[in-house]
Structures are given as C-alpha cells and as structure tokens.
Design a protein around this ligand. Structure first.
Ligand SMILES: O=C1O[C@H](COP(=O)(O)O)[C@@H](O)[C@H](O)[C@H]1O
Length: 224
C-alpha cells in the first residue's frame, strides 16, 4: 500500500501547518488564542492533522462557525465532529465552546449562546470557513429566512430557519466571522471550485453568501 497522501490529505496537512503557525504567532502576543472552525465533512482530515500539531492547547479556545440545533450526541452535530476528530490527544486540552444550549429552539437559546461567544477573546486568531455546493458558508444559506439579518447584525450569533435544511440552526453572524486576524477557506472538489469561481465573478451575496468573505484577505485552500 502507498504512503503517498491523497491531494485532500496533503491539503489538510498544509492547512493545519498554516493554522498552527497562525495560532503560535498569536499566542506569542496574548495569553489565549481563539480558533473558529467549520463543520460538515470536509474538515475531518484537517482536524486530524491539526490535532497532531505541537501547540499549547490549554491556551486555545475552540468554537464553531455554525451548528445544527441538535443534541451533541446526534450524528450531524458539528460539536460532536469537533470532539471526535479535533479534541483528541494533546488537543483535548483545548477549551471547546459549543453553540447550543438546553433551550428547545435556537431562537430561545441565542441570547445565552451569544453571551458565551461574546465573552471569548475577539478578534479570533483564525476563522476557517467551509462552503457548500449552494454557496453557503457557516449557516448563511441562500434560502435562510434570516440571511439579511445574519449579514448585517452586530449580534454575535443568529438563529436561522432554512427551508432547504432539515434542522433549525445557529450561526455566527457575518460581522463576528469577520473579526479575525486570519481567514481560511477550506473546500474540495470540482463542484465547489466552480461555485467559488461564480462567487468571485458575481455580485449577488444573497444567492452565494460566501461572497460576504471574498472582499477581505482570505487564504483559499482547495484540492480536487
Ligand atoms: O452545513 C454545513 O456545511 C458547510 C459545508 O460542509 P461540507 O460537508 O460540504 O464540508 C460547513 O462549512 C458548515 O459548517 C456546516 O454546518
């Protein structure tokens, strides 16, 4: 069997090295660093690579760009993904700040979660965005009813209802996602490359919400 990494594994490793360097550089300036990660399927190999990096994990706070309003034990919980794939080995020393609460709905829980998120050390050291095939990033979907609010509010989080999605969600607002020293976009596959190309060429953020992050410095990490 070959030990040659796949393009996606190589990308995950390069991204983990860049993110680790950004965290180290920030930790040379302040006591705690803040890492905002995305969920979904793309980050799994990146989480494994980052968890293996030599970092002072006990000085790093980790939170999510967005979350489904589901129990942390649910298969599609982004918090579960982070706990299983990133917070392992030495990285288990990091402090994880989830985006859900005991409230029945994200609308009821948003104030508490927002206070928790606002209390972190902003600007974040690093925000890593993902992107779906519909141009959504975090839980800023083209068909989210609260998309305009999430793109314009200075509140840290927004509860979102999205007809194309089975669960209600909570997302960091665009304003909060912009508050970082470094931004990375991690995507894979030809379909997402084409979507990103359309977003770079177009001018309608409502139909491709990733556009909200293309105007500021963004390190784009893509592999087939
Ligand atoms: O719903 C979500 O989707 C995006 C992209 O996920 P992927 O599975 O296509 O990588 C992700 O960035 C976001 O955090 C997640 O909640």
């Amino acid at each position: 069997m070959s030990d040659t990494p796949t393009p996606r594994e190589a990308l995950a490793r390069q991204l983990a090295e860049a993110v680790a360097e950004a965290l180290r550089s920030d930790l040379a300036q302040r006591e705690r660093a803040l890492l905002v990660v995305s969920g979904g399927s793309t980050p799994v190999p990146f989480f494994h690579a980052l968890a293996a990096m030599a970092l002072p994990w006990s000085r790093i706070d980790v939170t999510l760009a967005d979350e489904r309003w589901v129990a942390e034990t649910a298969d599609d919980s982004n918090a579960r993904l982070v706990r299983e794939h990133l917070l392992r080995g030495a990285a288990a020393e990091a402090r994880f700040v989830p985006l859900t609460s005991d409230a029945a709905t994200p609308e009821e829980g948003a104030a508490e979660v927002g206070r928790r998120i606002a209390a972190l050390a902003w600007p974040a050291s690093v925000v890593i965005l993902g992107m779906g095939g519909d141009g959504h990033t975090a839980s800023l979907f083209p068909d989210s009813r609260e998309l305009d609010l999430a793109l314009s509010t200075d509140e840290p989080v927004v509860a979102v209802r999205t007809p194309s999605q089975p669960q209600p969600r909570i997302t960091l607002s665009a304003d909060r996602l912009h508050q970082a020293f470094r931004h990375f976009l991690h995507i894979t596959g030809e379909e997402k490359r084409a979507v990103l190309g359309r977003a770079l060429a177009g001018d309608d953020t409502r139909s491709l919400p990733i556009r909200a992050f293309l105007a500021s410095p963004l390190s784009i990490h893509w592999a087939p």
